[in-house]
Every structure is written in C-alpha cells, then in structure tokens.
Design a protein around this ligand. Structure first.
Ligand SMILES: Cc1ncc(COP(=O)(O)O)c(C=O)c1O
Length: 492
C-alpha cells in the first residue's frame, strides 16, 4: 500500500508534533519492532529480575525543562524501563491474577491514543465502539442488551459502580441529595469471607462503612454457605438492620472458588435484595461450553463486575460494569451542567454519553483494544484459553499431589492452585517461614512467578494461571524449581 505523503512541517504541524515526520516514522517503526521482538522472545528471559541498584537514581531526575528529543527519550526507555518488567507477559507468570496482554492489544492502545477521543460523551464513532463492546459483555454473561454498562479501569471500579447503584436503589430516600444519613436504618451487605478487598473499599467509600459488610462463612471448597447467609439476613432484620445486597463471587482471588450463584439469586429474590456478582475472574467462564455451568445464575444478577484485563488478556486497564436496570444506573451518576448539555445536532448530540454512567468525565478509548481483540481472535478462542488454563491448573495440581514433598492446599476449581513445599516433620509455623523464603528465591531465580496467600493460617504458594503463553512444560519447570529450592533450604 502506498504510504501517505509526509506532511510538511510548519503551519500544519503542532508545537508538539515531530519536526521531521520521516525521522519520527523511523523511530516509531523501530519501537514497534523492538516491542514485538521482546514479546516474541519473552520465554527466553527470566520471568522477573531484581532491579539494579543504580536504577532508582534514574527516576530522581529534576524536571526536564529542555527538550531531549524523542530519540534520546526512547533510548532511556529502552535502557531503564523496557528490560525491568513486572513479568506478566512471560509464560511462567502466575502471580495475583493477571492477563499477559497480546501484541494486537498493544497495537490497539497505540491506535486508541492516536485517535485520542474523549469517551465522556459527544457524537463520534468511538462511543459506538464502546456500546458494541458493552453489548458483547452483556451477551457473554446473559444480561439483556437494554442493561446499562460502562468500561472502567478494572473490577475494583466495576464493583464500585455496581454497588453504588445498589446503594442508591432505595425507594423513598433521595440518596444523591440527602446522603446516607437519610437512610432509615443501617444497611447490611453480604459476601463470603473470601470476597475481594475492593468490595470493602467500595462500601467504605460509599459511606456505608466496612461494618456494613457481613462476611459469611464458606464451605470446604471456599463457597459461600447459603444457610449461614440466610441466618445472618434473618438475624440482621431482627436487629433492626436493613439487608440490602448480596455479593456473589464468580472466582475468588484466593482459590478461584465460585459461589452457588443460582442459589444466591434465589435468596435475593425471596428477600428482596440486590444481587451483585464480582465476576472479575470468573464471569468469562460463561464463554466456555465445558465450564459455564460453574457460573449458572450469573444472568440473574442485578449488577456484575467483569475484568477484561485478566483472563481475556486485554492489556491493562480494562474492566466492565454491567447493571440490569439502565435507568437506575444512569440516575446514580448522571449530572448535566450547562457546559455538558446535549444538542439536537452537531458534536454535542447523540445518545451515548458514558460519563452519565460513572464517576469519570474524561475517559480513554479502552473500548478499542477490546473491540479489536475480540474481532481478532473470536470468542471461541478465548473459551479455548479458559479450558486450557483450567487443564493446566489440574495438571499442576496432579504434579503436586504426585510429589512426596509438595502439598495441595485447596481444591482446584478453575485455574488457581495453592500449594506448599512440605518435606514432612515441620510444624505450620516453620513451613510458613520456609515457603515464604522459597517463594522469594523462586522469584529471584527468574524461573517462575506464582504469588502467595494464607489459608487457615497456612502460607501457600499460589499459581493463578490466566496466561495464554503458558504450556505444559512450564508447569514441570516450576515444580522442579520449587522442589530444588525447597530441598536447598532444608539442607541450609
Ligand atoms: C475477585 C476479584 N475481584 C476484584 C478484583 C479487583 O480487580 P482490579 O485489580 O481489576 O481492580 C480482583 C483482582 O484481582 C479479583 O481477583
């Protein structure tokens, strides 16, 4: 294809545009080539490396008042930033719960920034891209297309949005005007003891206080105990509290456990409670014919938080808040001062004003990387990834169970495996210290990067395999390293 003519420098070029477009084009091509080379060869490098001692000093420079130029700035990036990655693009990164990103996703972020629309509102095509992506997310989890939705930074924000709408969905009180003081009684919000901390943060920021979060016990597979939940709701009502909402987990952060969502939906219906699902990890299980039964009932939720930068591998940040009642969603956030009023025609016309569905006015075009990624791969391929990662988790669990010096610490439901090195003869306190040191040495070795959690007071290594680059060999490599480092630690 013929290249567009190089624009002349001068009047048609902005103060911050390149003075030499050809030179900049060469730099851009080189940057793309080098980024893609890094991605294509990521397996050959350590997952993670400690930062060199001299590195922090590079980030204490005074304000750069004079221009350095793009070439020199890019050289600094290549020297001081690019080599010292977090590691989550690597096949053996299984820490916390993160996606690995994709090359096309990265390119999409460039394209989004090149267009640079503001997704707060206005009549321009990017809003249609976001609306399309939201419709696709609704289709994944089975919410009606009329539902409200918003792309957000991640599940913390998506949970906040859903819970804010749930808080305001109360008859007879104008919460936006009168605040939580106007509520006739303290409200209670229920979730299992495994719920992610961002739910508590959201309730604190919504003025409800962390005491409003009632943590319900879990069963042996870390799922919410429905009977205990019902008993807590009854006890709270008897004590004059106002039960408001149940938050179901579709994939807990510790073990990947999935609550009985259909059971929770039935309780919410019976009790007249809002049903919110934190589907940061597992909402997308609905894509997989083999595993969607795990999240049956998610389609009955009043609101759902989904993360796209986790199992669906969209580069950070990309989360999605869905709310069944679009009107309630909008009325929680919409506020239209004169400078944001809509017009019949022109740039300020059109129905799509996403700033009316969340806290942000100015918003980035994160929808583009989701739209392009879904089109690139098709959703069946993501279902294949989900199935594959679950197979990996089971294979890792099998390796652990077959090893005399390793111990599986929780049932494997989806793609999270909790384990520890346990050669026998040591109490939990010594095993905790041993495994903590083992994990740090494993990270420092650069071989693999699981993370950690503590279950029932017992420290575990925790591998969350939400990684499209992982293959079977990686599991064996990690297990061998854990056993070797564990044995070294025992020998002293
Ligand atoms: C179950 C669950 N909910 C919420 C979150 C918060 O998501 P984010 O980091 O995208 O804000 C996480 C993050 O790992 C999670 O695992």
């Amino acid at each position: 294809m013929e290249r567009p003519r190089t624009p002349p420098s001068g009047d048609s070029t902005g103060l911050l545009d390149p003075t030499d477009w050809e030179a900049f084009r060469a730099l851009a091509h080189r940057a793309v080539d080098e980024a893609l080379d890094d991605l294509a060869t990521v397996r050959e490098r350590p997952v993670w490396r400690p930062l060199p001692d001299e590195l922090p000093a590079q980030f204490h420079a005074p304000l750069p008042r004079a221009p350095q130029g793009a070439d020199a700035a890019y050289a600094d990036y290549r020297q001081w930033v690019a080599p010292w990655q977090m590691g989550n693009t690597h096949p053996r990164f299984w820490s916390w719960y993160m996606g690995a990103g994709t090359p096309f996703g990265a390119l999409a972020d460039f394209l989004a920034a090149a267009l640079n629309p503001n997704m707060g509102g206005g009549n321009h095509v990017a809003n249609h891209v976001e609306a399309q992506v939201l419709d696709w997310c609704k289709e994944i989890v089975g919410l009606p297309l009329e539902s409200g939705g918003l792309l957000v930074s991640g599940a913390s924000m998506a949970n906040f949005v859903g819970l804010a709408v749930a808080r305001n969905a109360v008859e007879g009180v104008d919460l936006r005007t009168d605040g939580v003081q106007a509520l006739p009684a303290r409200t209670s919000w229920y979730a299992s003891s495994e719920v992610h901390s961002c739910v508590q943060k959201a309730l604190e920021l919504l003025g409800l206080g962390s005491r409003a979060l009632r943590k319900v016990p879990v069963d042996a597979e870390f799922r919410i105990d429905l009977e205990a939940l019902e008993a807590m709701i009854a006890a709270d009502r008897a004590a004059g509290l106002e039960p408001r909402c149940v938050i179901g987990n579709a994939g807990t952060i510790n073990t990947g456990s999935v609550d009985d969502l259909a059971g929770l939906a039935a309780i919410c219906r019976r009790e007249g409670l809002w049903f919110h699902v934190d589907g940061a990890i597992g909402a997308v299980l609905a894509l997989s014919p083999a595993h969607r039964h795990l999240v049956a009932g998610i389609e009955q939720a009043d609101s759902i938080a989904i993360d796209l930068h986790k199992w669906l591998q969209v580069p950070f940040e990309a989360g999605c808040a869905l709310v069944r009642d679009r009107q309630r969603h909008r009325s929680t956030f919409a506020l239209t001062p004169e400078y944001l009023e809509k017009t019949e025609r022109g740039l300020a016309s059109g129905p799509l004003w996403f700033s009316e569905y969340g806290l942000q006015l100015s918003r980035g075009f994160r929808a583009l990387k989701v739209w392009l990624s879904f089109k690139e791969h098709g959703l069946d391929r993501y279902a294949e990834l989900i199935d594959r990662n679950i197979r990996h988790a089971r294979a890792l669990a099998a390796l652990v169970e077959a090893a005399p010096d390793l111990e599986l610490m929780a049932p494997v439901v989806i793609n999270i495996v909790c384990l520890r090195f346990n050669p026998g003869g040591l109490d939990d306190q010594r095993l905790n210290a041993l495994n903590e040191e083992l994990l740090i040495r494993l990270h420092e070795s650069g071989i693999a990067a699981p993370s950690y959690t503590t279950l029932g007071g017992r420290y575990c290594l925790r591998a969350a395999i939400a990684n499209h680059r992982t293959d079977e060999r990686d599991l064996r490599t990690a297990v061998d390293a854990i056993q070797r480092i564990g044995a070294e630690l025992i020998r002293g």
